[in-house]
Design a protein around this ligand. Sequence first.
Ligand code: ATP
Ligand code: MG
Length: 281
Amino acid sequence: MSAALPSAPTTVAASAATGTAAPARSGRGLVELRGIRKSFGTLEVLRGVDLTVRPGTVTAILGPSGSGKSTLLRTINHLETVDAGLVSVDGEIIGYRREGDVLHELPEKEVLRQRTGIGMVFQSFHLFAHMTALANIAEAPRRALKVPRRQAEARARELLALVGLADRADAYPRQLSGGQQQRVAIARALALEPAVLLFDEPTSALDPELVEEVLAVIRDLAREGRTLVIVTHEIAFARSVADEVVFMDGGEILEQGPPSRVIDAPQHERTRSFLRRVSAA
Ligand SMILES: Nc1ncnc2c1ncn2[C@@H]1O[C@H](COP(=O)(O)OP(=O)(O)OP(=O)(O)O)[C@@H](O)[C@H]1O
Ligand SMILES: [Mg+2]
């Protein structure tokens, strides 16, 4: 399988030279999307999306239902293939190998290796029901990175402490609240030390009183200088945590910029009416 080839992604060195980003603690997580197009049958869901996520920054993606937010997020770790365009993380093309002017899809094994650098947290947690919190977190490093069990579990305990669940290592998902399960899912995503962490509406499935504990963990990750891309309907959260806000509508980015512009002074009527609807909900 091949895809049309847009202009090459910049290298990490080239983007560092622009000096636009405050230096991130890790310096990892430059995400570049160029000319991303995707259709499901006759429905064009992404209509040529360009987006750059600078290392160590938080990008919040807002937009109405069906505007393509999840699909866009899923192209970043190649859970969704693209019809045209290019995704790269830290200069490495995701999902494809370039041969001259043609891109060939990578074998599954290679894609799985690339995915270890791109963490994802879903709305509905996706924890293994038959494993404790500790085992859920230690599993991926053991399997994907061949980290020895003791070492993986020691790191899993650190991560549980980081998300405020040091005392729940031996609990099974059914014994945890939704907010706690989501915090385990975040710890699990962190266990592979990803360059970038993607969140798809991480608090949408939670009871209102559990939302804040999950947002607090994400805020801490932002403060640490991790690279985060978050699809969310939590406008106040996006305003407080995001460096960059992206508003999508109809498979396109309609506007983007700092929260002070996109949320507080949107240029487009469609952005304004979306924000009115969400804040009235
Ligand atoms: N696998 C699929 N097959 C067919 N259509 C799909 C598929 N995945 C998504 N779509 C369609 O693509 C469009 C964009 O979907 P997407 O899930 O990206 O939207 P979204 O912005 O995340 O919406 P929401 O806020 O409801 O989560 C929708 O019309 C959806 O029905
Ligand atoms: Mg979605």
